[in-house]
Design a protein around this ligand. Structure first.
Ligand code: AHM
Ligand code: MG
Length: 335
């Protein structure tokens, strides 16, 4: 008989193995997984808009139908607010961070940064989307949390993860002791350990970038893309190009199969598009924990000090050998 390990059981085992993991952190992770199941249910219904009503309309129960990114945001926030383990949250959906009252007197020491539904423009066409999160310990002693609590470099993350709502729904997370992936079994409603101790291949055959921006990239990035196109059987080139346009899905594929995903600076967006605090840092922590690499073309993503919650950063992330090659060409052809 195959032993199935469900996420709550796995989290308890982890706590016993790594005593620095605390019960509140485990509770937070369980809150996230529960909210993810609810978001998953709604994402799966997205194709039924003609029957259930589209965002902004009223459904048959007379309820206002929400956009899914707003729904996901509210769902996660409600879980953190009532759980009592989290003192505040920064979300892609809000300009500023949100502090929670310590209504249960639990003196919560953790805070969460998150993108509740990344790639949500893909939902209408049935393409994978994702939730991305990081958990930090607060720096302030007590009372309301402060901007400094949220502007810590990624090296301070105590946990990070993502949920991919795709052909199946998966939750992948790290607490700094490797990366584990859980697939939602809808028949029992549990995330079950399906990808233990994920290790990213050292190199791969797939590069992932919005190549429509080619003309807008700096010289080094163009040279790397040209390198990916060249024929060289020894290094398995030309590489294949895959771009979903949903960061979680593109990076998840790289994590499992090997590959590189990059969203570099362009002439019109000199800092790239993706956000350091709640998109790049969590993905970088996960990929590094799996043996991969994540940089802005030079510096480790997780060592960058954010100045604002919504700072953007160029990112090169994935199999270490591929990221190193991209960095080499970017640095060599620096303007
Ligand atoms: P979003 O936070 O508005 O959803 O944007 C982030 C998404 C990423 O998932 C993806 O990698 C990127 O935008 C794609 O951008 P582009 O369409 O410019 O290639
Ligand atoms: Mg996003």
């Amino acid at each position: 008989m195959i032993k199935v390990t469900a996420l709550p059981e796995f989290i308890i085992q982890r706590e016993e193995e790594h005593t620095e993991l605390t019960a509140p952190l485990s509770t937070l992770l369980r809150d996230i997984s529960l909210s993810a199941k609810i978001v998953n249910r709604e994402v799966n219904k997205a194709g039924l808009v003609d029957i259930l009503g589209s965002a902004g309309t009223t459904n048959v129960q007379g309820e206002m139908v929400q956009k899914l990114d707003k729904f996901a945001n509210e769902r996660f926030i409600a879980a953190f607010q009532t759980g009592g383990e989290c003192c505040g949250i920064a979300s892609e959906e809000y300009e500023d961070f949100l502090c929670f009252e310590d209504h249960l007197g639990m003196h919560p020491k953790y805070l969460v940064t998150m993108d509740p539904l990344d790639g949500s423009s893909n939902i209408d066409v049935n393409v994978s989307v994702g939730t991305i999160f990081s958990i930090y310990s607060r720096l302030s002693e007590s009372g309301l949390c402060t901007p400094e609590d949220f502007l810590q470099p990624g090296t301070e993350q105590v946990a990070a993860g993502y949920v991919i709502y795709g052909s199946s729904t998966m939750l992948v997370y790290t607490t700094g002791h490797g990366v584990n992936g859980f697939t939602l079994d809808p028949s029992i409603g549990e995330f079950c350990l399906s990808h233990p101790d994920i290790k990213i291949p050292k190199t791969g055959k797939i590069y992932s970038v919005n190549q429509g921006n080619y003309d807008l990239f700096e010289e080094g990035v163009k040279r790397y893309i040209d390198y990916c196109h060249e024929s060289d059987p020894e290094t398995n080139r030309p590489y294949s190009h895959r771009y979903i346009g949903s960061m979680v899905a593109d990076i998840h594929r790289s994590l499992i199969k090997g590959g590189i995903f990059f969203y570099p600076a362009t002439k019109v967006s000199p800092r790239g598009k993706l956000r350091l605090v709640y998109e790049c840092n969590p993905m970088a922590f996960i990929v590094e924990q799996a043996g991969g690499r994540a940089t802005d073309g030079k510096n480790r993503i997780v060592e960058l000090k954010p100045n604002g919650l919504h700072d953007r950063v160029p990112i090169f992330i994935g199999s270490p050998d591929m990221v190193l090659k991209a960095e080499e060409l970017v640095q060599k052809h620096k303007p």
